[in-house]
Design a protein around this ligand. Structure first.
Ligand code: URA
Length: 261
């Protein structure tokens, strides 16, 4: 427990780091450098203790996906689900994130978009797809008359991500991280009840369909959770390679005709 003086010094140090442009933790779990090191047994010639390399990430508790499943099952609305994710402490990404990024848009929308994970802007604002890729996503869907600010199910979008916390250095979420958060995503979909799911990029495809290879998957309607699913290129991929925009436009038209049909 910090006393008043230590707390204000810690806060001042944090503010200073923020001023200096520090915007993420280097390691995934915070280290208390003031903690007294525990006495280690001596490793002399007679010792049979071997030096072992520390694993990079904390091992995932086997029960984490099961805990998530039990917690998600109890949530009867989106507020309850947001709160449940907020108190779920098994995912190390939470410790390095500024904000939980839950979802945005109109939950009555016919179309639910699933992205990968928050980036820097999303982590700062606590909303999905608000950075450059998000602005492109908004423009793409506006071209077929859909927006997260749409007021009717027909012209609205609802947006979430596979992961609600930003991974450090925007790395891909690991298999274990995805597995433990999947029950929350499934419940999210069940509560929003969209007519159609759009999967943005490989992480969303591997989480929902168990498959990667977005270049092959995109544009091909498939099914998950009893709903039609359309995989598309992630807008960040379109920013890197403008030639992919033609395929993305074809996919948007396919989505529009499915909605109209
Ligand atoms: N990329 C994503 O997949 N999701 C976001 O929220 C932002 C960028």
């Amino acid at each position: 427990m910090l006393n008043g003086l230590e707390a204000s010094a810690a806060l001042a140090a944090l503010e200073w780091q923020y001023e200096m442009g520090v915007d993420e933790a280097i390691s995934e779990t915070p280290i208390n450098r003031y903690e007294q090191p525990q006495a280690l047994p001596k490793m002399g010639a007679s010792s049979n203790i071997k030096a072992v390399a520390m694993p990079k990430a904390l091992p995932v508790q086997e029960s984490a996906p099961e805990v998530a499943r039990l917690m998600a099952a109890r949530c009867n609305d989106l507020d309850a689900l947001r709160n449940a994710i907020g108190v779920f402490d098994h995912c190390a990404l939470k410790k390095g994130a500024r904000n939980l990024v839950f979802g945005d848009g109109n939950p009555a929308a016919r179309v639910m978009i699933i992205g990968e994970a928050p980036g820097r802007d999303e982590d700062l604002q606590g909303l999905p797809f608000v950075g450059r890729a998000g602005q492109l996503l908004d423009k793409m869907f506006a071209a077929i008359g859909l927006s997260r600010r749409g007021e009717t199910p027909e012209d609205a979008l609802y947006i979430t991500n596979v992961m609600p916390w930003r991974p450090p250095q925007n790395r891909d979420p690991s298999h274990d991280e995805i597995a433990m958060m999947m029950p929350f995503l499934e419940r999210h979909i069940a509560l929003v009840k969209p007519d159609i799911l759009v999967l943005m990029g490989n992480t969303a495809c591997s989480a929902v369909l168990g498959k990667k290879g977005i270049t092959r998957l995109r544009g091909h309607w498939t099914e998950a959770f009893g709903k039609p699913v359309l995989p598309m290129f992630h807008p960040a991929a379109l920013l890197r390679d403008g030639l992919k925009k033609r395929d993305a436009w074809a996919d948007l038209l396919a989505l529009k005709s499915k909605l109209d049909g």
